[in-house]
Unconditional design. Structure first.
Length: 222
């Protein structure tokens, strides 16, 4: 596992919990959960542009709601609610999005702006035509979440290497064979890139070009 931000920590915890024999996490920062994770606003919401993201968010929200029971520790979840406001030209798209959220098991309702103002009197919503309100959503603490996930991963048998930077991917023939780090080579049949923007540069060390930054590559073959 390359990277111990919230995504890498989550994957490592799941693999270790499910009994994967050896899970090794390389994190270049001693504190872990740096860069993108610490800069995230931590918003927990179900409304997303792409349907697959809605599904992932709907499946993950119950974990945040029962984090201490499911993972252990704290994620800083505060259910203050979430409202998505749109203009008249996006009303049809919002209705479709509400349907998608509900089909994934999420709770959301379509409101007139005046209805939202009654719940939040300080709002001034001139120019908005509609709102989708999610009562269960809110925000969490990304860094705290990542560290709790890492602690759970270690408790389940994962090994966390702090202050170890992965410099390149290694291959044997057409298969991944491990990673080269600042403390030496680590053999691995499967490498997960969860290094955010740095993932693209690591993929290029074996000739792979990622079209988006921060993509996770699992079981990469050259």
């Amino acid at each position: 596992m390359v990277g111990a931000g919230v995504i890498g920590a989550s994957i490592a915890q799941q693999l270790a919990r499910d009994g994967t024999e050896t899970v090794v996490v390389c994190e270049q920062y001693w504190g872990g959960a740096q860069t993108a994770t610490t800069q995230s606003g931590g918003i927990l919401r179900l409304h997303h542009t792409v349907g697959c993201d809605v599904g992932l968010a709907a499946r993950s929200l119950p974990t945040y709601q029962r984090f201490g029971e499911v993972v252990g520790g704290d994620c800083g979840y505060v259910p203050v609610g979430f409202a998505l406001l749109i203009g008249a030209n996006h009303t049809d798209a919002l209705v479709r999005n509400v349907d998608t959220v509900r089909s994934c098991g999420g709770r959301t309702e379509l409101l007139e702006p005046e209805q939202l103002v009654r719940s939040y009197p300080g709002l001034r919503l001139g120019g908005f035509a509609a709102a989708a309100y999610e009562p269960d959503c809110g925000y969490g603490d990304p860094a705290t979440t990542a560290r709790a996930l890492l602690a759970a991963a270690e408790a389940a048998g994962a090994m966390l290497l702090r202050g170890v930077r992965v410099e390149r991917l290694l291959t044997h023939g057409e298969r991944i064979s491990g990673v080269r780090t600042t403390v030496g080579d680590i053999p691995a049949a499967t490498v997960v890139l969860a290094a955010g923007a740095a993932s693209a540069a690591l993929a290029r060390t074996i000739g792979l070009v990622l079209q988006q930054r921060g993509v996770i590559l699992c079981g990469v073959a050259a």
